[in-house]
Design a protein. Structure first.
Length: 73
């Protein structure tokens, strides 16, 4: 399992953080996920290809709030 942390630039409310957290945890290759609203970051444990997963997570973030940008730390 690979673990990485991503910045959720533009994350502005706890409700959005909770929605992203819930949706990312449902992804098939995600083993662990946690959104930290105060630090605006996502900590992720996953299997497989990072680039495809990151695209999916960016889409989830945009579906919650179109201003959120997911960036590698």
């Amino acid at each position: 399992m690979t673990r990485k942390t991503y910045l959720l630039e533009g994350l502005c409310c706890p409700k959005c953080a909770a929605q992203i957290d819930e949706k990312v945890k449902r992804l098939p290759k995600v083993r662990q996920a946690s959104v930290d609203f105060q630090n605006t970051q996502l900590t992720l444990g996953y299997e497989g290809d990072e680039s495809a997963l990151l695209e999916t997570i960016a889409g989830i973030a945009r579906s919650v709030d179109e201003d959120i940008i997911v960036k590698a730390r």
